[in-house]
Every structure is written in structure tokens, then in C-alpha cells.
Ligand binder design. Structure first.
Ligand code: PMV
Length: 349
């Protein structure tokens, strides 16, 4: 009956950028100054799970994050709700017979939980908004290209709408219609690739990505150089490395891009520091390890926080994990290894 709530639950995994997104050319539509590329994790690992209920009896839209009610009037949340309802209305007006009677006027109650620390630079907003948009779309019977809506929740969220290796093409248009995520290779493409997450700190980051990017765009000439003259050719090289499954090329580009992103943070005025002394020790360890074998076996990347994300191949995982546990015993300095994550699986349930 019309009074029974329509309830849908979905999960979406975190994605880790190997070519970083940093800087917007349009704040409201969330249009980036450069393209980016990421790997979406296995959905059983770092993920957000969201349940959306819609019912005629609900008086207003409401949202709970990790059990705590949050402000539904949040601008980007409102963008996602508005855009999904707009698409649903368009579909109904186009006379889609598959669209059931789920009222477009029905209010929704949203419950979202992360299985990892929120806002610690572990891309929680990416999984969160991807999951929200995907689940809302199911509730309102909307299908098709949804990355443009997820992007308006959080830029990096558009890449979590697909599994495997995903690029976010920056686009050229002012209205953002061509600023979308696209799968480069599916999750089955490179089964030997592994991702390890080293949690150096689970605290909330001191400077969020939104204000950090703003200051960087306003003050860093290195960021401008990076967006215009470095990323375009680096994107092409990275896509080629992924397609060839060339770990050496993939790893070196990943480390260089992480380092350049953090260099633009230091070039920002006042400067932004996301790396901690533990992060710097991890960077040195990776380079020493690779030098020891005379080949690039391991790569690191860091987002807006001190936690290291390590890429390596299956056969090197046991030894490298031992090394990490030796140098970062979890009871002494807070550094703790958490997961060996395969990437060879589906992204959204
Ligand atoms: O989507 P946001 O606003 O959380 O920004 C993400 C920025 C980085 O994680 C640092 C880089 C990226 O491409 O994910």
C-alpha cells in the first residue's frame, strides 16, 4: 500500500586516487581543475552502507550518519536530493512505464554508516555520497549515468560509482555535463594488485578538502602548473600503465603524483600539512625497500591525512606486511596496519 515505506539498502566502497584531484574551477557544481584516476576498493572492505526509506507518512527529509542525526539542509546533500528527484520527475514525464508509484513528493529517511574512521583522510565522503546517490536512485526508480550527481555531493565520490580503475574526466563545459567518471578497466583486470592501508591516525583531519583546495587554488602557482602542464600527460601515462599492468610504471607515477599533491599543499599559503612523521617514515621505508631489491615492488599514496595507502603485488604482501609490523608495532607509536585489500571484485551491491 501507499503507506508502507519503500526501503532500499546499498553499499559503496572507498576509492583511492593515484592521480589526485585537488582544486575546483566551479565550487557549486564541483568542477575540477584537472582530471584524476583512482582504484575502487573491494566492497567488503572500507565501505559505506546506506539505507533509504521513503514514505507518504514522513513529514520531512532526515539523515543519520553513524547513528547521529545530521543537518539535512547541508548544501551538497540538498544538491543530490534535488538532482535525483529531478531525474525521477523527468522519467515520469517521459512516460517510463517501469516507474512505480513511489511518490516523488514522498520524504526520505536516510541512514548511513561507515565501517572505518570518518573524515580521517580515508575518502569517507567519496563512499558516502556515492552510496547516497546510488541508494536514492533505487528508491526513486532512476537509472543510468549518476556520477554527475555523486560529483555534486563530493568530487571524489563520482569515481566510487564504478568498480576497478576509474577516471574522472574534468570536462570542458561550464554546466559540468561532461565532468563525469568513466571506468578505464574493470575490477577483474589486475587480480594480483593489492592495497594495504596503514592507519597512522584515525583523528579527523585539521583542514578539510574543501577549504584546503580553495586556499591552494588561490595561492599555489605549483598547483596551477600541475593542473595545466603535468596532469594531462600523466593521466595518459597512468591509463597506459594500468592497461599494460605495468606495476613499475604504475607505482612510480602513483608516488610522484602523491608527492606533487603534498608539495602543492606546502606551496599553499598558509601551508597545509597532511603528512606526519609516521607518513614520512613510511615513504622512506618504501624507497629503501625498493632500492634493496633494485626494483619497484611497493608504492605509497597519501590523501588529505597521514594514513598511507600502499599498492603492491600479491607475492610481496607477506614480506612487506612483516616489515611494516616490525617498524610500526601498533602499541608504540600509533601506527597500525589494518588491511590487505584485494581490488578484484564488484563495487556496488
Ligand atoms: O572529494 P573530496 O572533496 O573529498 O576531495 C578528495 C581529495 C583527495 O582525496 C586528496 C584526492 C582525490 O582525488 O581523492
Amino acid at each position: 500500500s501507499m503507506d508502507k515505506p519503500n526501503i532500499v539498502t546499498c553499499a559503496a566502497p572507498v576509492n583511492i586516487a593515484v592521480i589526485k584531484y585537488w582544486g575546483k574551477r566551479n565550487e557549486e557544481l564541483i568542477l575540477p581543475i584537472n582530471s584524476s584516476l583512482s582504484v575502487t576498493l573491494h566492497q567488503d572492505q572500507l565501505k559505506t552502507t546506506t539505507t533509504v526509506a521513503s514514505s507518504r507518512s514522513f513529514q520531512e527529509d532526515r539523515i543519520w550518519l553513524n547513528g547521529k542525526e545530521e543537518d539535512i539542509t547541508h548544501q551538497r546533500l540538498q544538491s543530490c536530493l534535488r538532482e535525483i528527484r529531478r531525474l525521477a520527475r523527468k522519467r515520469r514525464n517521459d512516460g517510463d512505464p517501469g516507474l512505480d508509484s513511489t511518490g516523488l513528493s514522498h520524504k526520505v529517511h536516510i541512514c548511513s554508516v561507515n565501517n572505518f574512521p570518518t573524515a580521517a583522510g580515508l575518502a569517507s565522503s567519496a563512499a558516502g555520497f556515492a552510496c547516497l546517490v546510488y541508494t536514492l536512485a533505487r528508491v526513486f526508480g532512476v537509472e543510468g549515468e549518476l556520477s554527475g550527481i555523486a560529483r555534486q555531493g563530493s568530487g571524489s565520490a563520482c569515481r566510487s560509482m564504478y568498480g576497478g580503475f576509474v577516471q574522472w574526466i574534468m570536462g570542458q563545459k561550464d554546466d559540468g555535463k561532461d565532468s563525469l567518471a568513466q571506468q578505464v578497466e574493470p575490477e577483474t583486470h589486475w587480480p594480483e594488485l593489492r592495497i594495504l592501508v596503514l592507519v597512522a591516525s584515525a583523528e579527523r583531519k585539521p583542514i578539510g578538502s574543501t577549504s584546503g583546495m580553495q586556499t591552494s587554488v588561490e595561492t599555489s602557482c605549483l598547483l596551477k602548473h600541475r593542473a595545466e602542464s603535468v596532469v594531462p600527460s600523466r593521466m595518459a601515462e597512468m591509463i597506459e600503465a594500468v592497461q599494460r599492468k605495468d606495476f613499475t610504471a604504475f607505482a612510480e607515477l602513483t608516488m610522484k603524483d602523491s608527492n606533487q599533491f603534498h608539495a602543492t599543499c606546502l606551496d599553499t599559503y598558509p601551508p597545509i600539512f597532511y603528512l606526519s612523521s609516521v607518513s614520512q617514515q613510511v615513504i622512506s621505508l618504501v624507497h629503501r625497500y625498493n632500492r634493496h631489491y633494485g626494483e619497484t615492488r611497493v608504492a605509497y599514496t597519501f590523501d588529505a591525512g597521514p594514513n598511507a595507502v600502499i599498492f603492491t603485488l600479491q607475492q610481496h604482501v607477506p614480506e612487506f606486511v612483516q616489515l611494516i609490523q616490525h617498524f610500526f608495532p601498533s602499541d608504540t607509536n600509533g601506527g597500525q596496519f589494518i588491511k590487505g585489500l584485494p581490488v578484484n571484485s564488484a563495487s556496488i551491491s
